[in-house]
Design a protein around this ligand. Structure first.
Ligand code: GRG
Length: 300
């Protein structure tokens, strides 16, 4: 009897290959948008780099569910479009009023507020077009389920709702429950949609979808805790966005409520919970397990 040979999972190679796949799809995604000035503003932020964590989560979840990653690529692009539009709008003077994003001037600094709002609007609507009209080979009922998840994650039950509560809480002292609400909606909802949409396209079982909801909650909260920590500990150069913003905006954060050490401990614990949810699929879940660790290990 020969012992089974297991090849160790090379996460760095996986991440780079997935990132390149996503970059190419993003580059190809904006066709002959007119007027040209709108297309330019959309491309400026969509192709500005970034970790591409959301589309990669979508592709990894599709493969875990047994689907081909290529089938989920248009939805992965759609998720990055929603994320990018949320960053453009978040940076506006009426919201976080930021000058730097992904290492370059924010969209409104280059194109003005009105064009930045419209570029965001066009990316959001384009995202739904990617799912509905540009996802060849995916059964219509799966695309319907994906557009449902994308709507829930984007709107009042997700990003928009979280952002409103976040804005309303600026300058006020906020308890842990409210902070968790903000982050589960503002940040967690889209990360959850990424894994659910990928899994739906891949034809996931109910059991896998339920496990992915637990996984997404863990990585969503952990992601935001690390974001709060990096806002205090990292430089603007490394982050590609203005560091120390939470303090300036008088926002309640995990480090403010719990301290840096306890915040990091909590993030690690959440990632362990997320990974534990995928234990029954552990042989095929290597990318999602490694992505969970990447979230707490990242420096930007
Ligand atoms: C979606 C309709 C709709 C409206 C948007 C402005 C807004 C409503 C919501 C704000 C959401 C927001 C900006 C949440 C913060 C999420 C977050 C931690 C972003 C940073 O993500 P990274 O680190 O960034 O993955 P990169 O640049 O690497 O992609």
């Amino acid at each position: 009897m020969t012992a089974a040979v297991t090849t160790p999972f090379d996460f760095a190679a996986y991440l780079e290959a997935a990132r390149l796949q996503v970059e190419a799809a993003l580059d190809a995604s904006l066709g002959p948008e007119r007027p040209e000035s709108l297309r330019e503003a959309m491309r400026y932020s969509l192709l500005a780099g970034g970790k591409r964590l959301r589309p990669i989560l979508c592709l990894a979840a599709c493969e875990l569910a047994g689907g081909q990653a290529e089938l989920a690529l248009p939805t992965a692009v759609a998720l990055e479009m929603v994320h990018t539009m949320s960053l453009i709008h978040d940076d506006l003077p009426a919201m976080d009023n930021d000058d730097l994003r992904r290492g370059r001037p924010t969209n409104h600094k280059v194109y003005g507020d009105a064009k930045a709002i419209l570029a965001g609007d066009a990316l959001l609507t384009r995202a739904f077009e990617m799912v509905a009209l540009r996802s060849p080979g995916v059964p219509a009922e799966r695309l319907l389920a994906v557009s449902g998840e994308l709507s829930l994650a984007s709107g009042a039950p997700g990003l928009v709702g979280g952002q409103v509560v976040d804005l309303e809480c600026e300058g006020k002292s906020v308890d842990l429950e409210t902070l968790e609400y903000i982050h589960l909606h503002k940040t967690g909802a889209l990360l959850r949609a990424c894994v659910l949409c990928g899994a739906l396209i891949g034809g996931a079982s109910e059991a896998l979808l339920e496990a992915l909801k637990v996984y997404a909650r863990g990585i969503g909260l952990a992601f935001q805790i690390i974001d709060d920590i990096l806002d205090v500990t990292a430089s603007s150069d490394v982050l590609g966005k203005t560091a120390g913003k939470d303090l300036t905006a008088d926002k309640t954060t995990y480090p403010k409520l719990l301290g840096l050490d306890e915040s990091r401990r909590r993030a690690d614990e959440l990632v362990q919970q997320a990974k534990a949810a995928l234990a029954p699929w552990s042989d095929k879940a290597a990318p999602l397990l490694a992505l969970a660790d990447y979230i707490t290990g990242r420096d930007r």
